[in-house]
Design a protein around this ligand. Structure first.
Ligand code: GLA
Length: 385
């Protein structure tokens, strides 16, 4: 009898998916928000650019909308010094990184840097392999709050092992630092990422095109069960405002990233953006969906055809964020049934792009969705069970 009492719970456990232990470094409890230099500037980074970007973010509403981290991607580093410490390009970053971090902090923002878990960065700069503790200490001394670690020049290395090494080095360095794993989904990071970093790329690099954006949605959307507070799937940084998509397409991109509880890392030139780009990036109702404290990544819940889809993210107040996605080149009607949204009874529907209450609906909601576009709503049941 006693043996049986043991067997039953153990057998039940076998049927349940037990999540891996979570990295508990106290940061990124909601998806990180910020800006990164790569998508727009590539290697053309400098202290001047970072200062102007931080100033712009403080002045144009981005910071106040929640964008915090100002992250310099590849190409800031040129060598290691006699003691093995990373050296920043002295022409582009005169004075090094510490004063720049101070400048960013003084604007009420946080500072991030890029490195690579392999022997070199993707652009051939010194990598962190073999210098994990020294680099983590150096970053902490400079006042770094966010590190993105890439995976170039890592032949023969094991991703879970190398990223765990840097996680432990960051913990020893003693400064709370968001740890962004960037190995492009190559070794199933959704399995070990939650125990290792705060976010992990699920895909190869984004391009500023509708098809690229959708392909990353389809990949990252498959790993929703791995996401939770402190640990996020990363379908790559935003292209909003970089010019390769229409504003409708960028609204879709931003809505879908929010629905996926993805990191919202702007990748445009925030010093010169158009009012339309600014309105997309600072839409507080859409950002609130991304940042919802329940921390659940939304999923595809129905499709009438592969091109007309309904995506749903449960929210902490019992409501649902819903994206009606039209992947086709023709304006179309898309409907979401309450059954698919797992709610019942009357529910209020609010349009998160029109900023308007649409009324109370029972059973379903439908809308005309522009070609290559979305309608995004919040559905709040009158009676939350
Ligand atoms: C890789 C990463 C990108 C960017 C570049 C920099 O491609 O996936 O996000 O960091 O390297 O070289």
């Amino acid at each position: 009898m006693r043996a049986l009492l043991w067997v039953l719970p153990v057998a039940l456990l076998g049927l349940t998916r037990i999540p891996p232990p979570l990295l508990d470094n106290g940061v990124a409890r909601t998806p990180p928000m910020g800006w990164n230099s790569w998508n727009h500037f590539g290697c053309d980074v400098s202290a001047q650019l970072i200062k102007e970007t931080a100033d712009a973010m403080a002045a144009n509403g981005l910071r106040d909308a929640g964008y915090q981290y100002v992250v310099i991607d590849d190409c800031w580093q040129v060598a290691r010094d006699a003691r093995g410490r990373l050296v920043a390009d002295t022409v582009r970053f005169p004075g090094g990184m510490k004063p720049l971090a101070d400048y960013v902090h003084a604007r009420g923002l946080r500072f991030g840097l890029y490195t690579d878990a392999g022997r070199r960065t993707c652009q051939g700069r010194p990598g962190t392999y073999g210098s994990e503790d020294l680099d983590a200490r150096t970053f902490a001394e400079w006042g770094v709050d966010y590190v993105k670690e890439d995976w170039c020049y890592a032949e023969g290395l094991d991703a879970p092992t190398q990223y765990a090494k840097f996680r432990d080095a960051l913990a020893r360095a003693g400064r709370p630092i968001v740890f962004s794993i960037c190995e492009w989904g190559s070794a199933a990071p959704w399995e070990w990422g939650p125990a290792t970093g705060n976010l992990w790329r699920t895909t190869t690099d984004i391009d500023d095109t509708w098809n690229s954006m959708l392909s990353l949605l389809d990949i990252s959307g498959q790993h929703a069960s791995a996401a939770r507070p402190g640990a996020w799937n990363d379908p790559d940084m935003l292209e909003v405002g970089n010019g390769g998509m229409t504003d409708d397409e960028y609204r879709a991109h931003f809505s879908l990233w929010a629905l996926m509880a993805a990191p919202l890392i702007a990748g445009n030139d925030v010093r010169t953006m158009t009012p339309a780009t600014r309105d997309i990036l600072t839409n507080r109702e859409v950002i609130a969906v991304d940042q919802d404290s329940l921390g659940v990544q939304g999923t595809l819940v129905s499709e009438r055809t592969p091109e007309l889809q309904v995506w749903m993210k449960p929210l902490t107040d019992g409501g649902r964020a819903v994206v009606l996605l039209n992947r086709s080149a023709l304006q179309s009607v898309v409907a979401a049934s309450w059954w698919r949204l797992r709610i019942s009874g009357p529910a209020r529907v609010r349009d998160l792009w029109a900023h308007a209450e649409l009324g109370t609906f029972t059973n379903r909601f439908s809308a005309t969705v522009p070609a290559h576009g979305v309608v995004m709503v919040r559905v709040t049941p009158a009676h939350v069970p």
